[in-house]
Design a protein around this ligand. Structure first.
Ligand code: FES
Ligand code: FES
Length: 136
């Protein structure tokens, strides 16, 4: 099975590899795994006061398609609101990267990682609202 040029490009030159402080209230962290293959993807988003994602980082221990999918979504989510980011579908990722059917689950991992990162960020905001006086 041959990887598409776009997969190879993201695999050879992954965008936005790295980590952000997971305990930063402005950062949402999504960590997801694919039961089928054991690959793991961590996606982090940094959200500004306007609710716009201004930065994203990923670390993926997985196949080339999973790395390419996570690299691509870090580019796609930047500048988007949380709801816009949640609208990214794995089918969009698979189409952009021309993933074959056997690699569709790699793009699902990336969609799930976005959802998990947004959920983590939102849970932090809810926690802050519920506990305004908590000191750490
Ligand atoms: Fe499992 Fe790609 S083969 S994430
Ligand atoms: Fe959060 Fe009391 S439960 S401050």
């Amino acid at each position: 099975m041959a990887y598409s040029d776009k997969v190879l490009d993201h695999y050879d030159n992954p965008r936005n590899v790295g980590s952000m402080a997971a305990d930063d209230d402005g950062v949402g962290t999504g960590m997801v795994g694919a039961p089928a293959c054991g690959d793991v993807m961590k996606l982090q988003i940094k959200v500004n006061a306007q609710g716009v994602i201004e930065d994203a980082k990923f670390k993926t221990y997985g196949c080339g398609s999973a790395i390419a999918s996570s690299s691509l979504v870090t580019e796609w989510v930047k500048g988007k609101t949380l709801d816009e980011a949640l609208a990214i579908k794995n089918t969009d990722i698979a189409e952009e990267l021309a993933l074959p059917p056997v690699k569709i689950h790699c793009s699902i991992l990336a969609e799930d990682a976005i959802k998990a990162a947004v959920a983590d960020f939102r849970a932090k905001q809810d926690g802050a609202a519920a506990c305004p006086s908590v000191e750490v």
